[in-house]
Design a protein. Structure first.
Length: 329
């Protein structure tokens, strides 16, 4: 049994990690901003600890006594009214967790990064070999690049660290957040009139949890692992949902030129309304960059194979119906 601290334990990545750690007998604590809200969302057996990743003092208090730290919290959105939020949470929070873990003598630090830190050619498979040396085009992506470099720097000073790089994560979790699950719910309920061009690599949340835990237990220090099932266009995802959900539609794909025009107009309006644009620049740029990551290292070194999309989607849609997010079967 290990004493574990996890951040992001109510989220799509952190929830199944925390649940599986408890199931195997670990003593799990979760850093949360709102304890009462978190109690309703955390897996049974996880102890909420008040704090904020951006507040170093609360992070120090939470990390104290931990043997393992899983840092899965962050801002996944592609738009914020104040883009400095990305630096404050994704960069500052990662610095705080890594530095606190080093100071506390944590045995291993498991950092949830992203595929966005790697270099790739659109449409061509890529692995963990090359970190992109150039700044990525969006605030979110640049914040994740900065955070990754900070964690590397702390690792070089002695923090035993492994890096997990999920693609777009979907799966059965207790709350909806921006990302693949929200997109699937809106597809299933017929609330997407047109699809954006392009697509995304997807992965089932259960596989992401297993990758984190196997890496914590068995990976060599400094290892990086991409977690992905396959690349899918949004049209392919919509067709899959439409085959399974009575209210789902199979929307047409918006031409790229139209999507760019809507994006530009929406950004101008967002500055006035202080609400997210219909199409965020980062979202569109990612979708049309056609990233095709591969997870051979994860399979070969840790034995973690991806759940096929068809199987994962069926379980996820069943969960959505049980939560009342979509219509009953």
């Amino acid at each position: 049994m290990s004493k574990v601290l996890i951040t992001g334990a109510t989220g799509t990545v952190g929830f199944p990690i925390a649940r599986d750690l408890v199931a195997r007998g670990d003593e799990v604590r979760a850093l949360v901003r709102d304890v009462e809200r978190a109690r309703k969302l955390l897996p049974e057996g996880v102890e909420p600890v008040p704090g904020d990743v951006a507040d170093r003092r609360s992070v120090d208090d939470a990390v104290a006594g931990s043997e393992l730290v899983f840092h899965a919290a962050g801002l996944p959105e592609q738009w914020r009214l104040d883009p400095e939020d990305f630096q404050r949470v994704n960069v500052g929070g990662s610095r705080n967790l890594a530095e606190a873990s080093l100071a506390a003598g944590v045995r291993r630090f498991v950092y949830t990064s992203t595929i966005d830190v790697f270099a790739w050619t659109p449409g061509q498979p890529f692995d963990e070999s090359v970190l992109d040396p150039e700044p990525r085009p969006t605030y979110y992506e640049r914040s994740k690049q900065d955070a990754d470099r900070i964690v590397v720097g702390v690792a070089e000073r002695g923090l035993d660290t492994v890096f997990i790089h999920p693609s777009a994560v979907y799966g059965p979790v207790p709350a909806l957040f921006a990302g693949a699950n929200d997109f699937l719910v809106r597809l299933a309920t017929g609330r997407i009139p047109m699809l954006l061009p392009g697509g995304m690599p997807v992965v089932y949340s259960e596989d992401v949890a297993r990758a984190h835990i196997e890496a914590a237990d068995r990976a060599a220090s400094g290892s990086r692992y991409i977690v992905v099932d396959r690349y899918m266009t949004l049209a392919e995802m919509a067709a899959s949902v439409a085959d399974r959900e009575p209210e789902a539609k199979n929307p047409r794909v918006m031409p790229l030129a139209v999507a760019k025009a809507v994006m530009a107009g929406g950004e101008a309006i967002a500055k006035l309304t202080r609400k997210p644009p219909l199409i965020a620049r980062g979202e569109l740029e990612f979708l049309v960059s056609h990233p095709v990551p591969v997870a051979g290292r994860l399979r070969d070194e840790l034995g973690v194979a991806a759940t096929p999309w068809e199987e994962g989607l069926a379980a996820t849609l069943d969960h959505f119906r049980g939560q009342g997010w979509t219509s009953a079967a």
